[in-house]
Ligand binder design. Sequence first.
Ligand SMILES: [Zn+2]
Length: 396
Amino acid sequence: MKYRDIHIETQRQAPNNARTEGFSFLVRAGYLTRENIPTKLGKYTLDHLSKLSTDKSFLFHLSLPTLDNETFVPLPSSSIQVAHCLSCKYVEKLEFARFQKISLAEEEQLPLEKILTPDCHTIEALANLLDIPKKKTAKALMYTRVTDNKFIFVVVRGDMQLSEAKLKQQIGEIRPAIAEEIERSGAAAGYASPIRLKDALIVVDDLIPRSQNLVAGANEIDYHFKNTNYGRDYSAEIVADLVQARAGDACFNCGNPLSIVPVISLSTHNEYNFENILLALAETHHDDKGLTFPHPAAPFDVYLMHLPGKEMDTRAKAEEIYNSLQSADISVLFDDREERAGVKFNDADLIGCPIRVTVGEKGLKEGMVELKLRKEKENRLVPVTNIVEEIKSPVK
Ligand SMILES: [Zn+2]
């Protein structure tokens, strides 16, 4: 492939909308537009990755720091999060992650008691007023199921966060219940509990039956019940894991603490996402000058360039080398522009092919060309006649 045929346009400056260094370099090196659309070079690279993927172990060869089974790569700016266990390598999307829940110490069930709790429509305010930990309260959430308009009353412990994704797995699509629906069930927003409701599908987190004497709403403005107990005061149609894991929670498999990691996903529904793979590659393989793609991730193994000569036609020599590399099945990007050396060196660093070959007058007089590995500082001269062998050894 020749530089001019593929219309590469590199940029000196990082785009101002770059959220990550990887994206910034993909734009600067001309793989993507600022609007995140693949250019001709970008499409060529995605196609290259797609061809590599016929080998099922190809992700392994891209040297990406995947967390687990080749799906997730850490990416600080990502909005997708997973729970990850360093010990046993458990990894799961945060909203579906399981963890070992810690039950409260078992207590004898105390009698239900209605108490005045003015202006306590949050768990926070309630726990403060009664001077109790949030885990001694029951949190109520109310939804309506989309398919049949069934009123859904959800209870999780006051110190836990509901995962709507886990709830949807149990009951299907939902929307927040509106005031009218809440009132019709007999619940009072801000002071709601599942006690004595009408026509409600009650769904509770599996910690609730294991937690005695929780404070819950009395379904009356400004009042709560002390000592509500699952089984005695109410029961549920569904008891399931409904809450979201937090950093430090115990791994469901091995008990070690989970960490929460923002990630990029390399595949969805068993199909590779090549755009994300390219971004993960750029995120992983770059230095302060540009991309440093390894073989075989790089779209080209060699960046070939000539330095315009005074006496010799360096371009014609470079063209010869280009042809012999291609005949040897080495993928080459030939920078055939009549540009200053500095411009070409900068572009070579940005684009990030593993090997740079420079054809200059001085070297040619000795029958040599300059060979430099992208990841190394030093370059060396190699005989033109040996170029194919020299390149094949460091690449393969
Ligand atoms: Zn684990």
